[in-house]
Ligand binder design. Structure first.
Ligand code: GAP
Length: 460
């Protein structure tokens, strides 16, 4: 809702290149493509689904598994309609809409630079507030009494379960509840690939704190969340914070700052960190008639906690990761193959996010080599997404790979090549898992975990 239109624009064509790469390599396809596609809906292909899962996994690891003050949740997309009345979404989750009287295209009036239709120049209607929630019917009868909504944010599933979580986990303030899931918004204008669509995924966390400490926790979470993107390799100069003006604040927010990324179309919101105060719990307590107060054992007080909410988009994170990783560089193997210089596209994805961690390649299809290579492959795939390829001379296509050659049969060693440096090391098969684990954890591949030995590096 009410997002700023990106201002600064990067070199033209970069987004188109990324969209085309995603299509060609099987990261992201238009939804229902054989029927001409469905506007602003996207399907993640074989590589995209792995990348997206890795983004969510990295978030869950940092937000839930590595913290003592956090629990997870997975709530339903369809909720009691009263939830949306109480949360203010029925009344206030709107964007201002105008329609062209000539071509009938619809626009967000707050995004228009002129008061005529950007498409045909036609006259526009008066602006009216358009609710972004998708409506549907529960059960076999299509009547007002059975209207339900597809959730426009996952957060409300967390608020309505606050007491359930308190009762079952006995968590003490401050603590958070995290959830990853689909959200739906009938956006008036969509676009910029997966940046703004009508069906998307959110990674949201509601952090419940004692009133009065919310300001400090707000700063804490802003910093934590910015660092999460940096840790995943997003370039520092492509990230910044932008504080919302009073006019921009959502109906529930006391304050809010966006973590913005420099997308190809300009700076735009990747994640919002909001101080929601006690707005949501107050509303649900009133509307449901249930006591949602927290009892503080130490002070013997009952009160409604305040909430700090970092809310990130999965799809926008995937897009930012792809944009940041995209590089065009000279293909070092091209002169050997074709006698000419060629440019290749490389995605320098962080090891934790890369869809495939490694490829296992026997140097030939000889039975004894294939046997060893398949054993290596079977072993590695227990822990990671690994590809196996025994097509002839395929080695050149892979940047990060484990090659099993004839010498491997004698010395039980394999050659490992690093994707980014293209450096090669030869290591015992028995050390392969540890070496890869160290590399994927961001350590230098030449430094093995404690007790390990430093292997000699050979430049290709
Ligand atoms: N619970 C708070 C909330 O939903 P928001 O700023 O409206 O706040 C949070 O949304 C995040 O969800 C955004 O920062 C963005 O990453 C993602 N998001 C929102 N609308 C989106 C859309 N139409 N398409 C893709 N991602 C979207």
């Amino acid at each position: 809702m009410t997002e700023q239109t990106p201002a600064k624009v990067l070199p033209e064509g970069r987004m188109e290149k990324i969209v085309s790469l995603c299509r060609r390599r099987g990261f992201i396809f238009p939804s229902s493509e054989i029927y001409g596609g469905l506007s602003s809906c996207w399907d993640y292909g074989p590589l995209g689904v792995e990348l997206k899962r890795n983004v969510k996994e990295a978030w869950w690891q940092a937000m839930v598994r590595e913290r003592d003050d956090m629990v997870g949740l997975d709530t339903s997309i369809l909720m009691h309609p009263q939830v949306w009345a109480a949360s203010g979404h029925l009344a206030g989750f709107t964007d201002p809409l105008v329609e062209c009287k000539n071509c009938h295209l619809r626009w967000r009036s707050d995004e228009l630079k002129e008061d005529r239709c950007p498409s045909c120049g036609g006259e526009l209607t008066e602006s009216r507030q358009f609710n972004l929630m998708f409506k549907t019917f529960m059960g076999p009868v299509e009547e007002d009494a059975s209207v339900v909504y597809l959730r426009p944010e996952t957060a409300q599933g967390i608020f309505v379960n606050f007491q359930n979580v308190l009762n079952t986990t006995r968590k003490k303030l401050p603590f958070g509840i995290a959830q990853i899931g689909k959200a739906f918004r009938n956006e008036i204008t969509t676009g910029n690939f997966i940046f703004r669509s009508r069906e998307f995924e959110q990674m949201e966390m509601e952090f419940f704190v004692k009133p009065g400490t919310d300001g400090e926790w707000f700063k804490y979470w802003l910093e934590q969340r910015l660092n999460w993107y940096l840790k995943l390799g997003i370039k520092k100069e492509h990230l910044h914070l932008r504080e919302h003006t009073q006019k921009e604040l959502a109906h529930y927010a006391r304050s809010c700052s966006d973590i913005e990324y420099l997308f190809p179309m300009g700076w735009a919101e990747l994640e919002g960190v909001a101080n929601r105060g006690d707005f949501d719990l107050t509303q649900h307590a009133k509307s449901s008639g249930k006591g949602l107060e927290y009892f503080d054992d130490e002070t013997k007080e009952h009160f409604l906690p305040c909430v700090i909410e970092p809310s990130a988009g999965v799809d926008r994170s995937v897009l930012a990761v792809l944009c940041d990783a995209y590089a065009e560089e000279p293909d070092p193997s091209a002169p050997l193959r074709t006698g000419k210089e060629e440019i290749r596209v490389v995605l320098h994805l962080h090891p934790a996010l890369a869809p495939f961690k490694v490829a296992v390649l026997p140097l030939s299809r000889r039975e004894n080599l294939v046997k060893v290579a398949k054993e290596v492959y079977t072993d590695l795939r227990q822990g990671w997404m690994v590809s196996y390829d025994d097509a002839q001379s395929i080695g050149r296509r892979y940047r990060r790979c484990v090659t099993v050659d004839f010498q491997s049969l004698e010395d039980k060693q394999v050659t490992v090549r690093d994707r980014d440096s293209m450096n090669q090391i030869r290591i015992p098969i028995a050390e392969l898992k540890n070496t890869l684990a160290a590399k994927l954890a961001g350590e230098d591949i030449l430094v093995l975990p404690p007790g390990g030995k430093v292997w000699k590096e050979e430049r290709t």
